[in-house]
Design a protein around this ligand. Structure first.
Ligand SMILES: [Zn+2]
Length: 419
């Protein structure tokens, strides 16, 4: 029998966690931790896609690979999917970070002109080149930490012109179709509209959303639904306009206060409801009933020193599928490392490593409408995977604060060795 040619064979693994079992869509409840492992597995790839996942011995006999990647006994997982970032920003908020470390609250800082609005000033003053260079640096660093797909929000421009600029920069960040752009014009009320949130929300809904959609610059629209930002009625106005314009919906919901965000996300059947620290039991039940993915951001709780995390166990018990993301942004989560969010998520959200890994791969992909392309390893899926430096995948959470990616494969290419 002649061997079948393929581009790449990843072999000598402890296991391949395929995340490919169970019914289609995100995994919830008891299934949240189903990693669907193939012990001693191998992955054959061709044309940037997965050809086959199976027992290592059988695949090594079956295939004649052009290249091989020896996992040296490490575990293989799908490429990580970061479903919530604000990567396109200017400047930094290191001083604000230090003030918070020394006792100031996030709300106090925002009230004094810091917070999101300080990033808005920096964004408006920065050149495209400077913003793009910073975003590219973070994107590349994320890739080296195993993140192969990333959602990127606008939201530091807060005018039509500046928000279009943010989305155009996000588009330039995307050279291989792995950046999912989200329009977040309703991230905060810009200084020009101080005290007139309703008027600004109408501008976003009636002018910005249609223009963003017309130019094809975003796949999703998001709103920061929070006291002092946009209330549920204003959030609804923006999201309904976005739906009418053909955009998918996401929502920053119930982060600092219970303001009906989870209930609104459920009613509008948003693709995701994000943060959810203060989500009520009724909100959680509504999310479960409507199939919304809860995108939890434990690195933000950690970074803000909130001493509190989203009620993930109650969500899992209620059957809400959980995804994890970094929330990478200069003010409330300055990390592009999704492995760190997994570790902090296990500790703070009380997840098993398996639940956290499903959350950061398959469920995150499903929340972006990409569950059929990335986030699991099965024939036809994109050949995005991470070879961990340890046989036990629990090391991702247990041995925290270091990069466990011994190798990253992206579109079938080994990162750092693209031809
Ligand atoms: Zn956010």
């Amino acid at each position: 029998m002649t061997a079948t040619p393929c581009d790449l064979l990843v072999h000598s693994t402890s296991a391949v966690l395929t995340m490919a079992g169970g019914p289609p869509g995100p995994l919830a409840g008891k299934r949240q931790g189903e990693t669907a492992p193939v012990a001693g597995g191998a992955v054959a790839c061709a044309g940037g896609k997965v050809l086959e996942v199976g027992p290592g011995d059988a695949l090594r006999r079956k295939y004649a690979p052009r290249r091989e990647l020896d996992a040296r006994g490490g575990c293989v997982i799908p490429g990580l999917v970061d479903a919530h970032t604000h990567l396109v920003f200017a400047g930094d908020r290191a001083e604000e970070f230090e003030r918070r470390c020394l006792g100031a609250s996030y709300r106090e800082i925002a009230a004094g002109g810091g917070g999101i609005l300080s990033s808005v000033r920096a964004f408006r003053a920065a050149t495209d080149a400077a913003i793009l260079e910073k975003a590219r640096g973070l994107r590349h660093s994320a890739l080296l930490h195993g993140t192969t797909t990333v959602e990127v929000k606008s939201g530091y421009g807060l005018s039509l012109e500046q928000e279009l600029r943010a989305l155009q920069i996000a588009a330039r960040l995307d050279d291989r179709g792995d950046v999912v752009p989200t329009f977040l014009g309703a991230h905060a009320v810009p200084p020009e509209y101080a005290g007139r949130a309703g008027e600004y929300a109408r501008l976003v809904a009636e002018t910005m959303v249609p223009e963003v959609a017309r130019r094809g610059l975003a796949r999703f629209c998001d709103v920061f639904c929070e006291a002092g930002y946009f209330d549920a009625a204003q959030s609804r106005l923006v999201l309904e306009a976005a739906r009418a314009a053909g955009l998918g919906l996401r929502l920053h919901a119930d982060e600092l206060s219970a303001c009906g965000g989870a209930e609104l996300a459920a009613e509008l059947r948003c693709a995701s409801a994000d943060h959810l620290l203060e989500a009520t039991d009724a909100g959680i039940r509504a999310l479960a009933a409507s199939g919304v993915v809860a995108v939890l951001l434990p690195a933000t709780s950690f970074f803000l020193g909130m001493g509190k995390f989203a009620p993930a166990r109650r969500m899992i018990e209620a059957g809400v599928p959980i995804a994890l993301a970094t929330d990478c942004n200069p003010g409330s989560s300055m990390t592009e490392n999704l492995q760190q969010a997994i570790a902090v998520g296990c500790i703070g959200l009380r997840l098993s490593a398996a639940e956290a890994m499903v959350a950061a791969t398959r469920n995150a992909a499903c929340s972006l409408g990409l569950g059929g392309e990335v986030g699991s390893l099965a024939p036809g899926m994109r050949a995005d995977l991470v070879v961990l430096d340890a046989p036990d995948p629990r090391d991702l959470a247990y041995h925290h604060g270091v990069n466990h990616a011994a190798a990253v494969v992206h579109h079938g290419d080994i990162v750092g060795e693209e031809e």
